[in-house]
Design a protein around this ligand. Structure first.
Ligand code: PMP
Length: 352
């Protein structure tokens, strides 16, 4: 058990963590798709402290809660999550001296559960019979009701989740593009809690009013389009079983569906051909970016995120042969190269 930190030590730890989270590279991925040269821009979120974009939300939420007096040193952090959020709160919560308890559907990959445990947090597995994801949220709430000194981040309804991306991810994207005199035409992101698409979307739209902001969901499980849980899919981290409270579909453009098998094939390609060891939702986001670019024109500046790395998926279909279907897009993608932004303008990808 970590000891309770004094305020100066807490502030120093928070500052150190801040330097390990965010300010990620913006990748320019060069590809040929259906005969046209393309560039897709992707934030390389797998380089964050614990390997995912969720570090941003966890650190921001805890810092916010401390300034609002909603959390005290030594309080237990309890959260329901399908994985990355749990890993982020485990690492960051423990670093700030908190016990951490994660309620998690029991069908999530072993790597995810073990990673959370490796930071010294407790995993409470929740079966389908116990209510699955929704059951996990209810159990976390119940835990907070029956125990004192518990902080619930409530990532699905907490405004701090959106603000984390409006304050960090969005401004970073704008600044990195601007260094090469580029403006984004669209931002696309798979929706888990929706923090990324809503927060980045809000910031970029405030700067570029004509930008398109597209949420992405698995074609096999169109929760956003139908409003409730339908079917099954393999893109861990997106499309949980309901539309989160922080998601405001009326503020967004059309939902982009992407198949889970296609996402797996694309993530495999990114790793095998460009050395980008990313998760399945990164493959999904990359394909969604190409779909939107197809509508806006091959020169459109379409930005997305690679939310996490591939290490949590080593026991999943990401490491197996995936069957190719006729409608899949990934077989039509030829990856040509990679650069990071910003670069000296003499080398801007657009000028090559
Ligand atoms: N991909 C992965 C791998 C994730 O863990 C998450 C977070 N649940 C997302 C995408 C979606 O991010 P957000 O919760 O901000 O919508």
């Amino acid at each position: 058990m970590a000891s309770i930190l004094t305020r100066p030590l807490l502030d120093a730890r928070t500052e150190a963590l801040r330097r390990l989270i965010g300010n990620t590279p913006l990748l320019a991925i060069h590809a040929r798709f259906r005969g046209h040269r393309r560039i897709v821009y992707a934030k390389s979120e797998q380089v964050n402290l614990t390997g995912s974009i969720k570090d941003r939300m966890a650190l921001y939420t805890l810092a916010q809660a401390y300034s609002a007096g909603e959390i005290a040193p030594g309080d237990t952090i309890a959260e329901a999550t399908s994985g990355n959020t749990g890993i982020s709160f485990a690492a960051i919560g423990r670093a700030l001296g908190h016990p951490v308890k994660i309620f998690m559907p029991d069908w999530m990959s072993e790597e995810r559960k073990n990673l959370i445990r490796s930071y010294g947090a407790e995993v409470v597995p929740v079966s389908r019979e116990q209510g699955g994801f929704v059951g996990a949220i209810q159990m976390a709430e119940e835990f907070a009701r029956s125990h004192r000194e518990v902080f619930l981040p409530r990532q699905f309804s907490n405004r701090a989740n959106v603000d984390a991306h409006a304050a960090t991810t969005g401004p970073e994207i704008a600044a990195q593009l601007e260094e090469c005199h580029l403006h984004p035409d669209a931002f696309v992101a798979g929706v888990g809690t929706g923090g990324t698409v809503m927060g980045v979307g809000a910031f970029l739209r405030s700067r570029f009013p004509r930008i398109r902001i597209h949420p992405v969901e698995p074609a096999e499980s169109p929760t956003l389009s139908t409003g409730h849980k339908v079917g099954k899919h393999r893109i861990q981290g997106i499309s949980d079983e309901f539309i989160p409270a922080i998601v405001r579909l009326e503020q967004l453009d059309a939902i982009v569906p992407v198949s889970d098998g296609d996402s797996i094939l694309m993530a495999q390609k990114l790793a095998m051909q460009l050395g980008l060891g990313v998760g399945i939702s990164s493959g999904c986001n990359f394909l969604a970016a190409l779909v939107v670019q197809e509508q806006l024109g091959p020169k459109a500046v379409v930005v997305t995120v690679f939310p996490d790395d591939n290490k949590k998926y080593l026991s999943t279909d990401l490491l197996r042969d995936e069957r190719v279907h006729d409608a899949y897009l990934s077989p039509e993608v030829e990856l040509l190269g990679l650069s990071t932004m910003p670069r000296s303008c003499a080398f801007c990808p657009r000028d090559n």
